[in-house]
Structure formats: structure tokens, C-alpha cells
Design a protein around this ligand. Structure first.
Ligand SMILES: [Zn+2]
Length: 213
């Protein structure tokens, strides 16, 4: 068996076990290009040539996603599904959180929910219209619903969740659905490989522990 085949088998096995452990976490990479992104504004220059103006500072997005990834590592260290989030306002992190479903015995204690609640306390308002939410995994429907209610301007996430992602992978709750009345600019795939690898490592080890029992 060559190395590539071995890796492929390992990945296949890991994917199978992951599905057994948790329906939410059957992660498979999805090219970021498959998700619709609303992240650039087009304009026409004096010469008549359409120009695409980047409105995102990619350096900053990578930095802040790195901070969200640090939160995800805290979740990993606590035996939680490793997802982390930070919320940024005026270039400053105002809230950090990691998934604490098991710690708090609370199924709603996803990293995004905890971070949004903390950010509202800092801002002193439930409206987070000038904020950006960074999270290492695409939000589930619950968290995407919370984003609609709290109205952050942007959502930046790491790896897509093809099975349950509610920011474009499975469904899209953030694309100006008229009854929901909020559209959020979405940028997927920032440090996506690192975010995905941490999740895979967590479920790989969970599988190994389960097999050892
Ligand atoms: Zn969630």
C-alpha cells in the first residue's frame, strides 16, 4: 500500500467514524469557490473599465481567525468539539468564546452564541452592526439565526460544514432572506485547512478512545 492510498484509507475511516460520533461533524473539505461570497464591491473607473475594489483586509482576517483558532484550541483542551469565535469592533477584539456545550451542559453554548452574548454586553446593545464575527467553522442554523438577530456586518468563517452549514453550504440564512431582514457579508475559508484539521484531530482521537474501550 502506498502512502497516498494509506492516507486515503485513513481519511475514509476517519470520516466514517466521525459520522458515527456526531452528525454535526461529518466534515469534508469544500472548495471555498463553491460558496457564494458577498465580499467585494464593483465600480467603474473613469476609463470605463470595471474595477473590483477589495473591501476586506485579508491580513486582518487571517490574524483574527488565528485568534478564533486559539479559542478553538481551548475547546479542544477541555474535551469540547473544537470551535472558537471572536468578535471584532473597530479593529479590536471585544469578545472571545469557545464551544462549551459539554462544560455548561447547554446545547446552545456554541462558540458563536457565547461570543455574540458577550459582545452585546460590551457594546451595551443587542445590535452588533459594526462588528465582524470570526468563527472557525461555518455556523449551524441556530448560530446563523442568532447572527440574523444580532446583525453583525460581516461573518468570516474557517472551514465549511457541508452537512449543516447555514451560511451557504447546506442552506443560507444570511443572504437577505426577506422574512429575516438581514444580510450579512460572508467570507468563508480563512485558515480553513487549520480549522478543519483541528476538528478532524479531535474526532480521530475520540474514535481511538472509543475503540480502546
Ligand atoms: Zn452553532
Amino acid at each position: 500500500m502506498n502512502g497516498a492510498q494509506s492516507r486515503a484509507d485513513t481519511n475514509h475511516e476517519a470520516a466514517k467514524m466521525t459520522a458515527q460520533i456526531c452528525d454535526l461533524c461529518e466534515f469534508t473539505p469544500m472548495p471555498a469557490s463553491e460558496i457564494r461570497v458577498q465580499s467585494a464591491a464593483a465600480s467603474v473607473t473613469p476609463s470605463g473599465v470595471e474595477d473590483v475594489l477589495p473591501i476586506l483586509d485579508l491580513q486582518s482576517d487571517v490574524y483574527f481567525m488565528g485568534q478564533a483558532l486559539r479559542e478553538a484550541h481551548k475547546a479542544y483542551a477541555a474535551g469540547e468539539v473544537p470551535v472558537g469565535a471572536v468578535i471584532v469592533h473597530d479593529g479590536r477584539i471585544i469578545a472571545r468564546a469557545w464551544n462549551q456545550v459539554e462544560t455548561l451542559k447547554d446545547a446552545t453554548a456554541h462558540a458563536e452564541m457565547l461570543a455574540l452574548t458577550a459582545a452585546q454586553a460590551v457594546v451595551g446593545d443587542w445590535r452588533l452592526e459594526q462588528c465582524t464575527l470570526y468563527v472557525t467553522k461555518e455556523p449551524c442554523p441556530m448560530c446563523a439565526g442568532a447572527v440574523v438577530h444580532c446583525r453583525p456586518q460581516r461573518l468570516v468563517f474557517g472551514c465549511p460544514d457541508p452537512k449543516c452549514g447555514a451560511a451557504g453550504s447546506w442552506i443560507n440564512l444570511l443572504d437577505s432572506n426577506p422574512p429575516l431582514n438581514h444580510r450579512c457579508d460572508v467570507l468563508p475559508g480563512v485558515l480553513g485547512d487549520q480549522c478543519l484539521e483541528l476538528l478532524r484531530q479531535f474526532f480521530r482521537e475520540a474514535r481511538e478512545r472509543k475503540n480502546a474501550d
